[in-house]
Each structure stands twice: as C-alpha cells, then as structure tokens.
Design a protein around this ligand. Structure first.
Ligand code: PLP
Length: 428
C-alpha cells in the first residue's frame, strides 16, 4: 500500500516529536536511494548534496557494501553482539589496522563508544579527564561536537546550547583560527591564557578541535595553526583531541582530515561515514598510553553493531586499500572549488571549507535558506551551516558521477542567480 505524501505528513505531524529537523527543510516522503540520488514516494529523483550530513560519503547503497551486508545477513551473521568478539568485528579491526592505522604509523587503540558521534565525544572527554585528573576542556568558537550534555558543553551552537535547560559546565571556549580576523593570532592568545595561572582559565584535560568546522560554517584551520594547538595542548600537559566525525572518512581528501599535516592527536573521534552505509558506528582512537579504562568502566549496549562492521570493512577494502579513491576525491574537490568560485564571484561572495566540504557564504541566513529552498524545488537536497545558517554547504557523496555533480552544481548556480540576482545582468 502506498500512502499519499499528505497522509504521511499528517501522521508525522501528529505522532513525531516537534524536535524533528531535516524533515522541515525537505518536507517530502523519501522512499529509496542509490548513489547520489534519493527518490521521493512519487518516484521523483533528487540529487543529494547532504549525504546524511556526511554519513554517506560513499553514496547511498553502494553495491559492494550492500552485497557484503546482504551476504552477511543471509548467512545468519550475528547482528548485535554487545562488545563480544565476533568474526565481523575481527575483520573490521584487521582492515582498519592494516589500511588506516599502519600506513600512517598510528598504533591507537580503538574504542567502540556507542553508536553516535556524540557518544564518541563523550568517551573522549571523559577519558581525557580521567587521564589528567583535570575537569576543564578547551573547545573552540563555532565548534560542534554533539548534543548530549558533555558534548554539548563543548559545542558552540547557540540553538543547541539553549536546548540544554541546565548549565553546561567543564568547558572553556577559545577562539578558532581567524575568529577575530587575520591579524589576531588565536593560538598565541590561548597559549598566553594557559600560561598565566591567574588568567581564570583552569588548565585543561584536553583541547578538542575540528580541522574544518562542519556545522560551524566551514571554517578550515591551517595545518600550521593545528600543529601549534597540538603543541600548546602538550606544553600544558593536556590531551589533543581531533573530532573527525564530519571532516573524516575522505570528506576533506584523506581518510583522516589531518592526513599529511604532521599531527599526532592523542584521541581521534570518528562516526558518520565510518560504516560507509549510514549504519550507526562510532569510535574513539586512543594512544595506547592513555587507554587507562578499567574493563566496562565506559559501557553501553550498542557497541557491537556487526552489520556496521561488515559495511565498514567493505568500505575500507574498496576505497582505502590504495590511493585511487583519494586521487579521485582530490579531482572532484578541485572541480567543486572551481564551480563554487565561479558562483561566488558572480555574486561577490566567498567560498569556505576544504576538499569536498566546501560551501558559499551567503549574505544572510535568510538568503542561504532561500537558495536551499530553490534548490530543493529544483530537485537538489542541500543544507546550510554557520552561526546564522548563512553558508550553503555542499556535502555531495564522494562517489558522485561527474555528470550528476555538474547537474547538482547547475541547480545551485541557478538558485543563487534566482535569489541574489545576477550582478552581470544588473550591470548590463
Ligand atoms: N562532532 C562533529 C564534528 C559533528 O559534525 C557531529 C555531528 O554533526 C558530531 C560530533 C555529533 O555526531 P552525532 O550527530 O552522530 O551525535
């Protein structure tokens, strides 16, 4: 039986919590998806430049990931396994060690933290506090680390913080690179504050940072600034945590967003595209000397999603066993940058971000929302980010075909022209 879209939306309005969000921007009933296409219930395809907020970096239902999962389910593979040893977990750990950790000279332990990104952040912050015996954590302006209370304390986003309804404690905010403009060295400021016992900032257990702020408006830190932040963390005996939940898994090029930057984070959090198919799976990578958990001290029922292990393994084997995928992502990122620069130039705007995590900063949140709405009407799903939701953010699947990528960007270009008007046309 097919429900009409109207009947379905009446049901959602009646039964689902008011807290729902993405369905408000994209008020359609979605049914199936393949690659970079997501089809509504009437069969209309949409190009997906949201990719489950970067949880579908390899597109929807990648055929090899899907086949691996179908084979596993058909063979009665264990679906849920607490954190027991399973064949699926063994294969995931083997692949992750071989293709991800070893080539980068990393020997981090892998903690399964519970399935969401916020779970991984909670575990990372808790462990850093346990290791150092300190409570304070430094996070950055416009950072986003999740909405559970511990992670939310580290998150800057006002809308989410206002939902806490309780004081958010244990975190001090520092300014991200460029926050006060190009002339203020925010790393230097942070170092000065931490070096002064009377600055009022308690020495932190950790400094947590995104290399590109996904929700915070696509602010991309330089490798130099990140290296200085790492050095500042270590100089003050704090752990350096990179939250790679959104920028990792190829989104900015390499498997880790800090590949090639000469950074050695003490803890790395990952989730979103780790399973490769949108299945919940999150980890914290921990330098062995900091892995001081006692057995079961940080626990949780859902830390053994074997279906996610199967698809994560298939994703690593398919995309990360050699450099071909990374080279393809770099090529697509260059194309994306060139197309967005053209649109931005046309309207006197600027492009932000890095790799396949780029966007255009519109003049206001209203303008960005109008662009996204126009895109959606024309068959493109795309969202905003930033303090005022002013950045139109492209999170296309990394596997998108060139033709579909061009089609999606054409829709975006037309939407900017419709909303902003054409400067060229105005001049003529
Ligand atoms: N950290 C970063 C950088 C994120 O972008 C997000 C989600 O967008 C999270 C943490 C939280 O992940 P989740 O929504 O799975 O809890």
């Amino acid at each position: 039986m097919t429900t009409s879209i109207i009947a379905a939306s009446v049901l959602f309005d009646r039964v689902e919590s008011r807290v729902r969000s993405y369905s408000r921007s994209f008020p359609k009933l979605f049914d199936r998806a393949e690659g970079a296409s997501i089809y509504d219930a009437s069969g209309k395809p949409h190009i997906d430049f949201l990719s489950g907020c970067s949880s579908l970096n390899y597109g929807h239902n990648d055929p090899d990931l899907k086949a691996a999962l179908i084979d596993y389910v058909s063979a009665d593979g264990i679906a849920h396994g607490l954190d027991m040893f399973t064949r699926a977990k063994e294969q995931f750990l083997r692949s992750f060690e071989r293709h991800i950790l070893k080539p980068r000279g990393m020997d981090h332990h892998i903690q399964f933290t519970g399935p969401t990104g916020a779970n991984a952040v909670e575990a990372a912050l808790k462990l850093a506090r346990k290791v150092t015996g300190r409570t304070n954590v430094i996070s950055f302006t416009n950072g986003f680390h999740g909405v559970t209370l511990g992670a939310l304390a580290a998150t800057g986003n006002g809308k989410h913080r206002n939902g806490a309804a309780t004081p958010l404690s244990g975190v001090t905010r520092a300014a991200y690179e460029g926050y006060f403009g190009p002339d203020i060295d925010t790393a230097e400021l942070l170092d000065l504050q931490l070096s002064d016992p009377s600055s009022g900032i308690d020495l932190p257990a950790a400094i947590i940072v995104e290399t590109v702020q996904g929700e915070g408006g696509l602010n991309a830190a330089s490798s130099e600034w990140l290296r200085r932040i790492q050095a500042i963390a270590h100089r003050h005996d704090a752990l350096f945590i990179i939250d790679d939940i959104q920028a990792g898994c190829g989104r900015t090029g390499g498997f880790f967003s800090f590949d090639g930057m000469d950074l050695q984070p003490d803890i790395v959090t990952m989730a979103k595209s780790l399973s490769g198919m949108g299945l919940p799976l999150a980890i914290a990578l921990i330098k062995p000397r900091y892995d001081i958990w006692k057995p079961a001290e940080h626990n949780g029922t859902f830390r053994g999603n074997n279906h996610a292990f199967v698809t994560a393994t298939a994703a690593i084997e398919k995309f990360w066993a050699d450099g071909a995928f990374e080279a393809d992502v770099a090529r697509k990122a260059a194309y994306l940058a060139q197309r967005l620069e053209t649109i931005a130039d046309e309207h006197g705007l600027r492009v932000k971000g890095r790799g396949m995590m780029l966007g255009i900063e519109a003049r206001s949140g209203e303008a960005a929302a109008a662009v996204c709405k126009r895109c959606f009407d024309d068959g493109l799903i795309i969202e905003t980010s930033g303090s005022f939701d002013e950045v139109v953010k492209v999170l296309a699947p990394l596997t998108i075909t060139q033709d579909q990528f061009a089609d999606g960007l054409d829709i975006m270009e037309a939407a900017f022209a419709a909303v902003m008007g054409s400067r060229r046309a105005a001049a003529e």
